[in-house]
Design a protein around this ligand. Structure first.
Ligand SMILES: [Ca+2]
Length: 241
């Protein structure tokens, strides 16, 4: 928390017909299907707020959200990430971390954070009165919003090409899926007679058309099996050197 470039939002105002504020940003890239992302950001309750709240949310969407976001009693948007009920953010002196995970589906391009609960259904927690200010409201400063790829989603196995031509021309040269969390997967390659010719597990699955000893395999159709991450996938891949 360097305090540079921080923003803020009203997490709730303990009156009817409240103001709702959310912070929204367009992501540099859409979330990838099957990839897990870890979101974290830090909040600090403003000195002028008499209350903090719980259930801070983060919503990923394909389009920018437009208001109205809530009525007094109904939410129009449901965040994929929400901190637990009963865990309040009331610290005015320090930054508190908010974090959660989401599995990408390939369409999410906007991130919106804030309180998605209707004001009359928001839980307020006393944070002490530090003098005149917003009064019965929770205004948060926000800093260090970070979204990183942190694995693959349960049950997900990546799509793989069905042609491998490892001749370095930049087309179909690799049979791979890279990423954090890939350590959960194991790759097996069999020839047409069912003989295992290549196996791999660990970070980054990548078969280059050779055996584990580096011997170049003959052109033809091979079968692959990928296991792990609670699921299994098989298919064929045609190898042409
Ligand atoms: Ca090629």
């Amino acid at each position: 928390m360097d305090g540079n470039g921080y923003g803020g939002f009203f997490g709730g105002i303990k009156v009817a017909n409240p103001v709702t504020e959310l912070m929204q940003v367009k992501l540099n890239h859409k979330l990838e299907k099957g990839r897990k992302y870890c979101l974290s950001y830090y909040v600090s309750l403003s000195d002028s707020s008499e209350y903090g709240i719980d259930r801070l949310g983060a919503l990923f969407s394909s389009e920018a959200l437009t208001g109205p976001f809530v009525s007094d009693t109904v939410s129009f948007y449901l965040p994929q990430i929400e901190t637990p009920e009963g865990i309040s953010y009331t610290d005015k002196e320090n930054w508190e971390i908010v974090s959660g995970e989401i599995c990408g589906t390939g369409i999410e391009e906007y991130l919106t954070i804030g309180n998605f609960r209707p004001n009359l259904k928001t839980n307020f927690y006393s944070a002490g009165n530090w003098g005149p200010g917003f009064g019965i409201a929770a205004y948060y400063y926000v800093d260090m919003v970070e979204l990183i790829s942190c694995g693959i989603c349960p049950g997900y196995i990546p799509e793989l090409p069905n042609v491998l031509t490892p001749n370095g021309d930049g087309v179909n040269d690799e049979f791979l899926f890279e990423g954090d969390g890939i350590t959960e997967l194991r790759l097996f390659i069999y020839n047409r007679w069912g003989t295992e010719v290549y196996t791999q597990k660990g970070y980054g699955l990548n078969w280059n058309g050779r055996t584990n000893n580096g011997t170049r395999l003959t052109d033809g159709v091979y079968f692959y099996v990928i296991e792990g991450n609670g699921t299994r996938k098989s298919g064929t891949v045609s190898l042409f050197h």
